[in-house]
Design a protein around this ligand. Sequence first.
Ligand SMILES: CCCCCCCC/C=C\CCCCCCCCCCCCC/C=C/C(=O)SCCNC(=O)CCNC(=O)[C@H](O)C(C)(C)COP(=O)(O)OP(=O)(O)OC[C@H]1O[C@@H](n2cnc3c(N)ncnc32)[C@H](O)[C@@H]1OP(=O)(O)O
Ligand code: FAD
Length: 662
Amino acid sequence: MSVVVPECCDDLKRERGRCLFNKEELTNILDGGPKLTEKRRRIEKMLINTPELFDDVSPDYLSHEDRYSNELRKATQLMTTLEKNGFTYNDAVTTGTGLWLLMDGNPLSLHISMFLDTIKGQSNPQQLQEWLPLAEKFKIIGTYAQTELGHGTFVRGLETTATYDSTTKEFVLHSPTITATKWWPGALGKTSNHAVVMAQLYLGGKCYGPHIFMVQLRDLETHRTLPGIVVGEIGPRLGMNSNDNGFLQFNHHRIPLTNMFMKHSQVTEDGKYVKPLHSKLSYGTMVQTRVGIVYHASRELSRALIIAIRYSAVRHQSEMVPGDPEPQILDYQTQQYKLLPHLASFFALRFSARALLEVFIGTSAGLGSGKMNMLPELHALSSGLKAVATNDAVKGTDICRLACGGHGYLSSSNLPRIYTAIAAGITYEGENTVLFLQVARYLIKSFRASSQGQTLPFSVSYLRVQPPSSHAPLMSDRGLVDALGAGVRWMVGEAERRLQQLVDSGHSPHAAWNACSVHLVQCADAHTRYYICEQFVDAVSKLGETVSSGVHEVLRQLCRLYILHRVIQTAGILLRCGAVDGKALTSIEEEECHLLATLRIQAVSIVDAIDIKDVFLKSTLGAWDGNVYQRIYEEAQKSPLNKSDVTQGYYQYLRPLMKANL
Ligand SMILES: CCCCCCCC/C=C\CCCCCCCCCCCCC/C=C/C(=O)SCCNC(=O)CCNC(=O)[C@H](O)C(C)(C)COP(=O)(O)OP(=O)(O)OC[C@H]1O[C@@H](n2cnc3c(N)ncnc32)[C@H](O)[C@@H]1OP(=O)(O)O
Ligand SMILES: Cc1cc2nc3c(=O)[nH]c(=O)nc-3n(C[C@H](O)[C@H](O)[C@H](O)COP(=O)(O)OP(=O)(O)OC[C@H]3O[C@@H](n4cnc5c(N)ncnc54)[C@H](O)[C@@H]3O)c2cc1C
C-alpha cells in the first residue's frame, strides 16, 4: 500500500484554501518537535507499506475467536515489522503509531505497557537482568493481574494471598474465594504465559498488604495452563472485543521467593520483611499508566475530531436562508459549539500531558535518589488528569458522533469503535470518581497545611489562604485563569468548612467525608481544569517567541476558547465567589460566539495539522478527500448479508411466517 494523497472534494479544497498558518509547524508542535514528526512519519510509512497490518474485512463481521486471532496476527506482524526495520515496541508506543492500527483492544497492549513497565519499575537488578530481555524480545508474554471479581478500586481489599513458606523458600499463591478470582486483566485469558500479580503478602501469619509477584501461567512450549492455575476469557464486553480480558484462580500454586518484585520492599530467605521507603511505591505502574492514558485519551479525541470536522465541512443540510443552497453543517453556530470547544480541549490535554510527563520524569529521577517528597503531587496530578482527560475524550467523542447525524452511528465512521475503546478509560486504571476523591484528599490536606503556614507544592500553591491579588485585567487570559483559580479556592474552602462543621457536630471524619464527597469531586475536577488552563496559557506564551505569527494566532484562539468555555461552565461558582459579575459573563458569552465563527474558518486546516492519515483514521466520514458518500456506499457492499440476494433467513423464518395461516 503506497501513500497516495488523493485529490479532495471542492468543499475541502475551499476550506484548505483559507488556511493562514503553516500546518507543518503546528504538526511539529503537536508531535513535540520536527524530529519527532519525522520519526513518526518514518514509522508510519513503514507500516503503510506492510499490507498485512490492514484489515480487508471489518472485525464486526468476524466471529469472537477470529476477531481475537486477527488482532493477534496484526500485533505480532507489527512487532516483527518494527524489529526488522530497526525500531522497537517502544517507538510504536511513544509515537502512538502502533495504536492507530490496533484499535480494537489489542492482546499485546498490556504486555508492552503495564507488564514491561512493572518489570522496569519494580524489579531489583537481578530480576531486571533476568526478565527484561525475555519480555522485550517476546520470549515471555505477560499482563498486569490486579483486579478481582470482588475488588478493583480498593486495592487493599484484594483477597489473593501470597504466603511465604520459608522451608522451601517459596510463596504459595491462593484464591480463597470466588471473589478472589482475578477478573478483567487484558490478554490474560488466552495470550499471556506470565502475569504480574497483585496479592496480599503473608509472612509468619501476618498480612503485609498488597505486593507484586511474577507468576508463570502457561508452559512456554505447549502454552498449556500450569497445574494449580485456572485461567480463561471473561466474554464479550461493550468494546475492545479483540482483546482476551481474562480470569485467573490459584490453587495453592507455588512460585520461588525470587519472584516477588523486590525493588522497593523485600522478603529475606528466613521470612523477614524489609519495608519500602514509601508505602505506595508498589502502585507505581498504575501511576505511570495514568500518565500514558492522558496522551492516549487526547489522541483518541483527536481522531474523532478530524472525522467530525471534515465531515461537517462536506455535509450540506437544510436551509439557513430560505431558498439558498444548503450550507455546510459546519456553518451552523450550534455545530461549531458542539465541536470547536472539544478541539480546544484536545490541544489543552496535549500540552497538559506533556507537562505531566515532565513531573513524572522529575519524580522518578527523585525516587532513584531516595526522594519521596514529590510522590503525593504526582499522584494527585496524574489521577486528576487521567480522570479529566478520559471524561472529556469520551464526552467529546460522543459529541463528534452526534454531530455526524445518522452516519456517525455507522460502524464504518469508526466513531463507535473510538468511543467504546476510550469509554473503558473512565473505569480502568482507577475509576474516575475514585481518582477525583484522591485529588480532593490532597486539596483538603494542602488547604489545611496552608492555614498552618506551610508552603504548598507548585500545583496547589494558588490555594494558599492569602494569595497575592491578581494584577492581570479580568478579561485577559491570565485574568480569567486567575478568576478560575479564585473559584477553586472558594470551592475548596467551602468543602473544608462543611467537613469541619460536620465533624464539630459529632460526625466522624470519614462520615463527614462521604457527606461532602459530591462537592469534593467537583473541587478535584475544577482544580485539575485550572491546572490544564495554566498549562495551556504557559505553553502558548512560551511558544510565542519561537513560532510564526499564523500558528501563534491559531493557538492563542484555541487557548482563549478553552478558557472562555471553562468560565461559562463554572459561571455559578464564579458568581457566588465574586470572581466575575453578570456583565463580564455576558461579554464572555458574546466573545465565545465570535471566536467560534473565527475558528470555524480554519477548523479543517487545524485538524489536518494533527496529521493522521486515512489508513489510521479508518473512517468513511473523515478521509482526507471528503469522498464520504462513495465510501459509505462501498463499505455497505461488504456486508455478508449482501453476498446473496435472498438470505437463508428468508427460507427458514420469513417465508414460513408469510405462508402460515395466522
Ligand atoms: C502491540 C500493541 C501495540 C500498541 C501500541 C500502543 C501505543 C500506545 C499509544 C500511546 C502511548 C501512551 C502510553 C501507553 C498507555 C496507553 C494506555 C492504554 C493501555 C492501558 C491499558 C490499561 C488496562 C487497564 C489496566 C488496569 O485497570 S490495572 C488496575 C488498575 N487499578 C486501579 O487503578 C485501582 C485504583 N485504586 C487505587 O489506586 C487505590 O486503591 C486507591 C484508590 C488510590 C486507594 O488506595 P489505598 O491504598 O486504599 O490508599 P488510601 O488509604 O486511600 O490512601 C493512603 C495514602 O496513600 C496515597 N496514595 C494512594 N495511591 C497512591 C499512589 N499511587 N502514589 C502515591 N500516593 C498514593 C493517598 O493519597 C493517601 O495519602 P494521604 O494519607 O497522604 O492522604
Ligand atoms: C476494559 C477494561 C480493562 C481492564 N484491564 C485491567 C487490567 O489489565 N488489569 C487489571 O488488574 N484490571 C483491569 N481492569 C479493571 C479495572 O481496573 C477496574 O474495573 C477499575 O479499577 C474499577 O474497579 P471496579 O470494577 O471494582 O469498580 P468499583 O470500585 O466497584 O466501582 C463501582 C462504583 O463504585 C464507586 N466507588 C468505588 N469505590 C468508591 C469510593 N471509595 N468512593 C466513592 N465511590 C466509590 C465507583 O465510583 C463506581 O461508580 C480493566 C477494566 C476494564 C473495564
